[in-house]
Design a binder for this molecule. Structure first.
Ligand SMILES: Nc1nc2c(c(=O)[nH]1)N[C@H]1C(S)=C(S)[C@@H](COP(=O)(O)O)O[C@H]1N2
Ligand SMILES: [Mo]
Length: 201
């Protein structure tokens, strides 16, 4: 029956997008937060790029919105095994803010800090080349506070703990420095397709 084959085909296509050990949450969007949700308003939010850069730079909400905007369309994967397919996030490409600050030679790592104090580390190569965003909306709607509003990092090709909510600072380093979950047993990089969940995976 054509209807059945169509349904099965779509199901198979979605399954192929799931990394090993992940399931599809459908329209749900679980909230995963280790700390108390901080109260950050657009008026009090700013983004700073510092460390190994030519020009330490801070953008206010309005200044960040005046930068060229771009959108991610695709899937996200949480290490606790849920994946959400077909999301979108709108904001500014991390390449744009790093380009404005001017990454200095020798920088290898970005340490990301949230307004709450949450941290996570990423190889510079994982946040450049159009693979990471500072996002303020999803599917065209402003991010709720629970989902990291007013602004969060989105690094969708890695497990979503790398996508720090309430992001306020990107610090360029010449060495690796583990963040909150990485110090607590999670993998240093977190590639879902390689199932890099825990240290040693
Ligand atoms: N500041 C902060 N960012 C965070 C987290 C957190 O606890 N605190 N959790 C991470 C994890 S484990 C996941 S899966 C996603 C969850 O984002 P969501 O709550 O919007 O689904 O945020 C990531 N960013
Ligand atoms: Mo997660």
């Amino acid at each position: 029956m054509a209807v059945t084959r169509g349904f099965t085909g779509r199901r198979r296509e979605r399954d192929a997008r799931l990394p090993p050990g992940q399931y599809d949450v459908g329209d749900d969007w679980p909230v995963l937060t280790a700390e108390v949700t901080p109260n950050v308003e657009p008026e009090t939010w700013s983004l700073t790029v510092d460390g190994l850069v030519e020009r330490e730079t801070t953008w206010t909400w309005d200044e960040a919105h005046a930068l060229p905007q771009s959108t991610y369309e695709g899937d996200i994967h949480c290490v606790t095994t849920w994946s959400k397919l077909g999301t979108s996030f709108e904001g500014v490409d991390v390449d744009v803010v790093l380009g404005a600050a001017g990454v200095r030679p020798g920088a290898t790592t970005v340490l990301v800090t949230s307004a709450s104090g949450y941290t996570t580390n990423l190889p510079l190569a994982d946040v450049t080349g159009g693979r990471a965003w500072v996002a303020w909306s999803s599917q065209g709607r402003p991010l709720s506070a629970d989902h990291g509003g007013p602004a969060r990092l989105v690094v969708p090709h890695l497990y979503f703990w790398k996508s720090a909510k309430w992001v306020t600072r990107l610090t360029l380093l010449d060495h690796d420095q583990r963040g909150f979950w990485e110090r607590n047993g999670y993998h240093d990089r977190g590639d879902p397709w390689a199932e890099q969940r825990y240290a040693g995976d």
